[in-house]
Write a protein that binds this ligand. Structure first.
Ligand code: NDP
Length: 452
C-alpha cells in the first residue's frame, strides 16, 4: 500500500507536537500534522501558559505590599488590562512561532486545516485534500463544558478569559476545580470582586482534605467570596449586568460569569464512529496502555483520551507512542505518581496519596505543619504555608506530599522525585535542611501530627 505519510497527527497541541517531532526528527519518518486553530494547542494558546502569566500579573499587589513593608517607597497604581493583554498576545505569537519552527526543522509538514478521518488510513482536510498514512494519531484535546440551563449562553469559559475587552468589576466563577479556583485567584489579585459557587462541600475535590481547606481559607482571607453547596439555576441579562439566581435562593448581579465545570474530549465530527470506534461516556477515544485504539493503525494521546488530563502527561503519552511505533522502544505512558499543581494564590502542589486515600489503604503517620512564610512577615499578611507528608506506618515509605504556599509548584516537583524513588520518612529526615527556606520543613518534621 502506498502512503503519503508514515504518521499523520491530528492536533498541534502538547501531545501531538511531541509525537510528530520525535517521529520525524529521531525516527526520520514522513510526518504530517493538521491543526485547525493555532499551533501549540490549549496549553500554549488558551491554557497553562497564558494562565500562568496572568497568575504572575495578579501577584504584584502582594509583592508591592511586601516591598513597602521592606522599606521601598512604591505604590501599586492601577492595573492596565489592555497593556497586559497586548504583551500576552505578543508572547503567545512568539511561542506559536517557536512551535512551528521546531516542527519544521524536525521535518514535519504542517497543514493549517481541520482534518477528519475517512478510513483507517485516510484523513481529509477541510480544503478537500486527502492523505493516506500508515499510522494516524488523534491528539485533538478537549474543550470547556458548560451545562445546559436557562441563560447558559451568557456565561463565558476559560477560552474567552484571555481576550476580554476589559476586566469586569464583579465576576462569578462557577466550579470548584483547577480552572475556577485559579481564575478566582487571578481576578481577585487583579482587583476584581470575585464570587465563586461550588456545588459540593469543599473546593478542589480529589486533593488532600487538609490542603483543600487550607487553600479555601486563604482564598477567603484574600477576599474571594466562596459559596459551597451552591449552584446557578438561571442567568438573565438585565440593565446592570448578569443576574444569577442560585440554589441558595440568592440573586446576585455580576459583570462576568465564567463557567469552569470540566472539559470534554474533542471527538465530535472527527469521523471516528464511521470507523467502528465506539467512544466512551464522555466522548473520549478509548485506548490501551500503548495509546492504541481498537483500529490498529489509529492511536490517540492527551485529553482526547480523558486519562490524566495534564499537558506533561499528554507529552509523555505522545513520546511513548513515537518510541513504541517508530523507534522500536515499546513504552507505556506511566500514569502513576503524577505531580500536580494548582496555581491558586497560594499555590497547591501535590504528589501521591491524600491522607484520606492512604488511610483507606492502611495505617499511616501524618506529618503536617503550618507556619507563616518569612517573606510576608514584615507586611504582616496572615498567609500560612502548609507542608504535609503522608507516611505508610509499616514500610515508612512516604506515600504523599502536599504543599500549600508560595512556590508550592516548584517544591512539589522535587519532592516527587524522592517519592518516585520510594523515599522513606528516614530518607527525608537524613537529608540536611536548606536554611532558611520553606521547603526545609519537609525534612525537619519529627513528630507525627496524626497516627493511625
Ligand atoms: P475540574 O474537573 O478540575 O473541575 C470541574 C468542577 O466543576 C468541579 O468542581 C465539579 O464539581 C464542577 N462541575 C462539574 N459539572 C458541573 C455541573 N454540571 N454543574 C456545576 N458544577 C459542575 O475541571 P476544570 O474545568 O477546572 O479543569 C479541567 C481540567 O483541566 C482539570 O481537570 C485538569 O485536568 C486540567 N487543568 C489543569 C491545570 C493545572 O495543572 N494547574 C489548570 C487548569 C486545568 P464536582 O467536584 O462536584 O465534580
Amino acid at each position: 500500500m502506498n502512503f503519503d505519510y508514515d504518521l499523520f497527527v491530528i492536533g498541534g497541541g502538547s501531545g501531538g507536537v511531541r509525537a510528530a517531532r520525535i517521529a520525524a526528527a529521531e525516527a526520520g519518518v514522513r510526518v504530517g500534522l493538521a491543526e485547525a486553530s493555532r499551533m501549540g494547542g490549549t496549553c500554549v494558546i488558551r491554557g497553562c501558559v497564558p494562565k500562568k502569566l496572568m497568575v504572575y500579573a495578579s501577584g504584584f499587589p502582594d509583592e508591592i505590599a511586601d516591598a513597602r513593608a521592606n522599606g521601598w517607597d512604591v505604590t501599586a497604581g492601577a492595573f492596565d488590562w489592555s497593556r497586559f493583554r497586548a504583551a500576552l498576545a505578543t508572547e503567545l505569537d512568539r511561542l506559536e512561532g517557536a512551535y512551528r519552527a521546531t516542527l519544521r526543522s524536525a521535518g514535519v509538514t504542517i497543514h493549517d486545516a481541520r482534518a477528519t478521518l475517512v478510513d483507517a488510513h485516510t484523513v481529509r482536510l477541510a480544503g478537500g485534500a486527502s492523505f493516506r498514512a500508515r499510522h494516524i494519531l488523534i491528539a485533538t484535546g478537549g474543550h470547556p463544558f458548560v451545562p445546559d440551563f436557562p441563560g447558559s449562553e451568557l456565561a463565558v469559559t476559560s477560552n474567552e478569559m484571555f481576550q476580554l475587552e476589559s476586566l469586569p468589576k464583579r465576576a462569578l466563577l462557577v466550579g470548584g476545580g483547577f480552572i475556577a479556583c485559579e481564575f478566582a485567584g487571578i481576578l481577585n489579585g487583579l482587583g476584581v470582586q470575585v464570587t465563586q459557587y461550588y456545588r459540593g462541600a469543599q473546593i478542589l475535590r480529589g486533593f488532600d482534605d487538609e490542603a483543600r481547606a487550607h487553600v479555601a481559607a486563604a482564598m477567603r482571607a484574600a477576599g474571594i467570596d466562596i459559596h459551597v453547596g451552591t449552584d446557578v439555576l438561571e442567568l438573565t441579562r438585565a440593565g446592570d449586568g448578569i443576574h444569577a439566581t442560585a440554589t441558595d435562593g440568592s440573586e446576585r448581579v455580576f459583570d462576568l460569569v465564567m463557567y469552569a465545570t470540566g472539559r470534554r474530549p474533542n471527538t465530535a465530527g472527527l469521523g471516528l464512529e464511521s470507523l467502528g470506534l465506539r467512544l466512551g461516556d464522555r466522548g473520549e477515544v478509548p485506548v490501551d496502555d500503548w495509546s492504541q485504539t481498537a483500529v490498529p493503525s489509529i492511536y490517540a494521546v492527551g485529553d482526547v483520551t480523558d486519562r490524566v488530563n495534564l499537558t506533561p502527561v499528554a507529552i509523555r503519552e505522545g513520546h511513548a507512542f513515537a518510541d513504541t511505533v517508530f523507534l522500536g522502544r515499546p513504552t507505556r505512558a506511566d500514569h502513576s505518581l503524577v505531580p500536580m499543581a494548582v496555581f491558586t494564590r497560594p499555590e497547591l502542589g501535590a504528589v501521591g496519596m491524600t491522607e484520606e486515600a492512604a488511610r483507606a489503604r492502611g495505617p499511616v503517620l501524618v506529618f503536617s505543619t503550618s507556619f507563616r512564610p518569612m517573606k510576608s512577615m514584615f507586611a504582616g499578611r496572615p498567609d500560612k504555608v502548609l507542608m504535609k507528608l503522608v507516611v505508610d506506618q509499616a514500610s515508612r515509605r512516604v506515600l504523599g506530599c502536599h504543599i500549600v504556599g508560595p512556590d508550592a509548584a516548584e517544591m512539589i516537583q522535587l519532592a516527587a522525585v524522592a517519592i518516585r524513588m520510594g523515599a522513606t520518612k528516614e530518607d527525608f529526615d537524613r537529608t540536611v535542611a536548606v536554611h532558611p527556606t520553606m521547603a526545609e520543613e519537609l525534612v525537619t518534621m519529627r513528630k507525627p501530627t496524626r497516627v493511625g
